[in-house]
Design a binder for this molecule. Structure first.
Ligand code: UDP
Length: 409
């Protein structure tokens, strides 16, 4: 089964009230010359994490434009995902001891997935390092192959990057989420911001009754401030640091903390980190650790909307889609100044940035004591997302890139 079979299509016209008719017409005219050309997107998980979230919405929207698009998922074993998670952390700057066995596992699983490659595709977009080795299945420079990198490569571990770079160099181009993330490469590089779908179950408006029912389901008190971080249980998201910041805030405000996260099938570390988080939180009934199913968009939406302040205290981050999701919901956000977060949270304009546990606590306290400023930041954040980080803009970027590649530019 390809991943596309589970996706909900939303008629393009439904975006018109939000974006205006001219925007829809522009998308249709960009897509027209691409009809009949096959596009393949490949990543390493169908649910969980920002990449799957984007593909879940990008694919049906492209289908709405009658693009012949397919989403395929690389199949790996536990050993492969352990290796690629270590690569992921190392590319974000974590320490890593170079290990030829890891490189062998990476090569082997990519080889085993060669049949996944649709040789008839005119455009093949490979997301992130996990399936980058599929480039070796390409037949004699057939089609256009693009590597879409969602991670911050500004300070990669040199052994891992040294291993991956020769794969990336075989592509026809690479897309990054921020100018600072790109590397010296012998291929053209493009900047695409990640994006959210304003009409998806994750982001659409919800009625108050539903939000209330989700709070009751998780035994969260709607009457007291709710601080929330929604993230996979991953050390780079620093959930333990969030608890420490909350504890400082709690000395001044009778607030609650929600740490909600599901798993991603390509992330094997979740259970260990969840255990660490539970230990850190033990004994405080106002800390709600919610282990969500990997696919629970309405619950995530409701929790974000119910929040007084949304936190994203990542130590490293690709883009941080959860930030865009919270800003879209007009929430005041306190987030770390890492990865793609400062592109979204413009300090004191669309949210507040912090660099430490103490700084995070300070900014949360500030927002709790200045609700009118919190409201203004949320409003400005919504506008910022609307202008820059919507799925329609992301799809337009892909259409323009494919048009230009097919014309040989
Ligand atoms: N997410 C989710 N359920 C969870 C945790 C996260 O649906 O329990 C979603 C979240 O709403 C966002 C995505 O997963 O859409 C995470 O993307 P982000 O870029 O923030 O982080 P990543 O996991 O890709 O590092």
């Amino acid at each position: 089964m390809t991943a596309t079979q589970i996706l909900n299509r939303i008629p393009l016209e439904e975006y018109a009230p939000l974006l205006g008719e001219p925007e829809i017409a522009e998308m249709r005219s960009l897509a027209k010359p691409l009809r009949g050309k096959q596009v393949q997107m490949v990543n390493s998980t169908k649910v969980g994490g920002g990449v799957a979230e984007i593909l879940n919405r990008l694919i049906p929207l492209a289908e709405e434009l009658e693009i012949d698009i397919h989403w395929d998922v690389l199949q790996g074993g536990a050993d492969f995902f352990e290796v690629t998670k270590a690569f992921h952390n190392a590319l974000h700057g974590a320490s890593y001891v170079s290990n030829s066995q890891d490189f062998g596992i990476f090569r082997e699983y990519n080889r085993r997935n060669f049949d996944l490659v649709r040789q008839d595709a005119e455009f093949t977009i490979i997301h992130d390092p996990q399936p980058a080795g599929l480039i070796e299945a390409r037949r004699e420079k057939a089609g256009h192959w693009i590597w879409r990198c969602h991670i911050d490569l500004s300070h990669p571990n040199s052994a891992v990057w040294g291993f991956l770079q020769p794969y990336v160099a075989q592509f026809d181009g690479a897309i990054f989420s921020s100018p600072e993330f790109s590397r010296q490469l012998p291929v053209p590089q493009y900047l695409f911001y990640p994006s959210i779908d304003p009409l998806s179950e994750k982001n659409r408006d919800l009625d108050k009754e539903f939000i209330g029912s989700v709070l009751r389901q998780f035994e969260i008190d709607a009457q007291r401030p709710i601080l929330t971080q929604i993230s996979r249980f991953d050390r780079l998201k620093d959930p333990v640091g969030v608890i420490r910041a909350y504890r400082i805030v709690k000395r001044y405000y009778d607030c609650q903390l929600v740490l909600a996260g599901g798993g991603a099938s390509d992330d094997p570390e979740g259970a260990i980190v969840l255990d660490e988080v539970r230990k850190e939180a033990s004994g405080d009934p106002d800390i709600h650790i919610l282990e969500l199913p990997a696919w629970a968009p309405l619950e995530v939406n409701a929790l974000q909307r119910a929040s007084t302040v949304v936190i994203q205290k990542s130590l490293r981050e690709g883009f941080g889609l959860t930030v865009a999701e919270a800003l879209w919901k007009r929430k005041p956000v306190v987030a770390s100044a890492v990865g793609g977060i400062p592109t979204q949270v413009i300090h004191k304009h669309t949210g507040l940035l912090a660099h430490s546990v103490e700084g995070t606590a300070y900014q949360i306290r500030f927002l709790l004591s200045h609700p009118e400023i919190a409201k203004r930041l949320g409003e400005q954040g919504h506008k910022h997302v609307k202008e820059n980080f919507l799925i329609t803009q992301n799809l337009k970027n892909y259409l323009v890139l494919m048009l230009s590649l097919s014309r040989g530019n």
